[in-house]
Write a protein that binds this ligand. Sequence first.
Ligand code: UTP
Length: 298
Amino acid sequence: MSERKRVRKGVFPAAGLGTRFLPATKAMPKEMLPIVDKPVIQYAVEEAIASGIDDILIVTGRGKHAIEDHFDHSFELETILGERGQERLLEMVRQVAGLARVAYTRQKKALGLGHAVLCARDLVGDEPFAVFLADDLIVGEVPAIQQLIDVYNETGATVVAVQRVPRDQVSAYGVVAVKSSDGRVHEVEDLVEKPKPEKAPSDLAVIGRYVLVPEIFPILEETAPGAKGEIQLTDALRQLARNDRVIAVEFEGTRFDTGNKLGFLEATVELALAREDLGPDFAAWLRERCSAIAGGRN
Ligand code: UTP
């Protein structure tokens, strides 16, 4: 057997319009919305780095300069912090710029997630790669993408992250039909985009982490626009699953859908509570607030 290539590159599609967060996302990319004090996309970049990914490839669109600036040096800010002797903050902003090698490519029109992934083709080349939808913030002991990479390393197959969701919520997701399962690892027979609950083949919803093989690119090129007139990654994966092995991994960890307002608020509360510097004071305030709500005084 020829040696399997290592997953070294991570693609971050970030060219969506973020309509669910208007007006905040009118002039600011939704990937830059902070959870406590860190932009959503930085959590995913840190997850990639913790999983051995060296190259971060971000697919941006119009009005996304803030992402590029965020992962670059800010000489003015660094100079001022240095002059003021604010060493801890200086260290923090330098650390963000030094996190990883970051390259950008542009999706000129928001033609869908599948199209955004296709835009990264030249940067990825002929090797397996990870895809991160930064909206899905996942916290846990082992980074979610590492759990997928482990399965890729064993099998060489395409791997998608899945999570069980209540039946009445399946229509918000891509859902997998399973051939066979071994614990939390499932062989995928088919994928269905946003099925009606009664038509859903399972309750295993695809979450925004993937390890893809380069064979996905020619399929994406041939994929016609589907739902919402967009080129859907799910449609290309579906095509791939006809001839190739696709595996779904029920990752361990807690996932927040920060692309919708409720998920964003939940992530903010959970991550604030987990912070050593903020957690205790925030918890005290929250307890009081909760007992007021319970007493009907909200
Ligand atoms: P979403 O379905 O969350 O769409 O995209 P969106 O436009 O970002 O947000 P809403 O629904 O309008 O609020 C899933 C992921 O695919 C990327 C998004 O940036 C997000 O990471 N995407 C989507 C692109 O990069 N290009 C596209 O054309 C569409």
